[in-house]
Design a binder for this molecule. Structure first.
Ligand code: FMN
Length: 325
């Protein structure tokens, strides 16, 4: 049975990717993911803000650098370089362990200023692709949607200028017209789009009346949001789609493949059930393929989404009375 798939021009032994998280932040964890059959790994994001804050702190600590702008520049660059060095070492260690499982570096960008230069180092360390985890949230009442979209596009263009690696963009679901932004991202140079990131969701404990931070894993019901957009965009875009959020079992994997996803990213399911659950999902996927007489992923990838009879279902947004009463 052929489980292989192509994602960002890379050959994956199967479509299951371990998504960016703590699960992919250490060599020990990544090794387990590879041993349990992961098709690819997206490393824990390197956060631009974190590196900038670290370098600012370092500068503040030693006031003499305020006298010399060149020194500020130097120490700022040095600190950021130090921050990514650990990441570069991790990439090299993983690639030394396994050449066959692509390693995708994740970069959390908030500007188009810093990352383009640093992205080049990932390429040199042996990374196979870059996933840009972009989340520019407006918390004001003046920013216009188009200016935010322009920032996404600008970041991709800048990174693209500096690296030869394929680039994917991981976005959230909050766009007025996901079709348009997706098309712009591809035009700017993205080879793939990850639909969708699940952002941090603060909650409130009604007993203590405090903000709590325990809502960090998805539920399986959340999968349908990306299922809709994978189905719609797989029919419109010349790029690979990677489905993310709420994919907790082989059934959800199969659904996303039928919708046209080239790969599937898992995170919460592996937090809940352990990295060994990868093996179970792959086993169940093969069982389903055998039962349905599919010899390869390409035999059924996009099958449901490409059937025009199904399009209206994915485009429908309102509950019409006649369907639900
Ligand atoms: C603890 C934790 C840490 C995460 N860290 C990152 C990160 O650094 N970068 C990123 O792009 N996504 C991060 N994510 C989001 C996941 O990669 C994934 O997109 C999200 O959890 C939805 O997938 P799921 O439903 O399979 O969990 C994180 C998720 C969790 C639970």
């Amino acid at each position: 049975m052929d489980l292989s798939t192509s994602y960002l021009g890379l050959k994956l032994r199967n479509p299951i990717i371990v998504g960016s998280s703590k699960l992919t932040s250490t060599f020990e964890n990544v090794k387990k993911c590879i041993d349990q059959g992961a098709g690819a790994i997206v490393l824990k994001s390197l956060f631009e803000e974190q590196l900038l804050t670290d370098s600012d702190r370092l500068i503040e600590k030693d006031a003499k650098y305020f006298w010399y702008p060149e020194a500020i520049d130097y120490i700022s660059t040095y600190s950021k370089a130090y921050g990514i060095r650990e990441h570069l070492d991790l990439i090299k260690e993983i690639k030394a362990y396994s050449k066959d499982v692509p390693v995708i570096v994740s970069v959390n960008c908030v500007t188009n200023k810093e990352w383009p230069q640093f992205s080049k180092h990932f390429e040199d360390a042996g990374a196979d692709a870059i996933e840009l985890n972009i989340s520019i949230f407006p918390f004001d009442t003046v920013t216009e949607s188009i200016s935010l979209e322009d920032e996404y596009v600008e970041i991709i263009r800048e990174v693209k200028k500096n690296v030869n690696l394929p680039i994917s963009v991981k976005i959230g679901p909050y766009f007025t017209n996901p079709n348009r932004i997706a098309k712009r991202l591809v035009k700017a140079g993205a080879s793939g789009i990850v639909l969708f990131n699940r952002f941090y969701r603060p909650d409130i404990n009604i007993e203590t009346q405090e903000v709590v931070h325990d809502n960090f894993l998805s539920s399986s019901q959340e999968m349908t949001q990306s299922l809709r957009w994978v189905s719609i965009l797989s029919q419109k875009l010349e790029c690979d789609l990677s489905a993310s959020t709420g994919i907790h079992d082989y059934q959800a994997v199969v659904k996303q493949l039928l919708a046209g996803a080239s790969s599937i990213q898992l995170c919460s399911a592996l937090y809940n059930k352990g990295i060994g659950y990868l093996d179970t999902i792959l086993f169940d996927l093969q069982k389903w393929m055998t039962k349905n007489e599919y010899a390869s992923i390409s035999d059924f990838k996009g099958k449901v989404a490409s059937d025009a009879n199904n399009t209206p279902a994915f485009l429908r947004v309102q509950y019409m009375k006649r369907n639900f009463d």
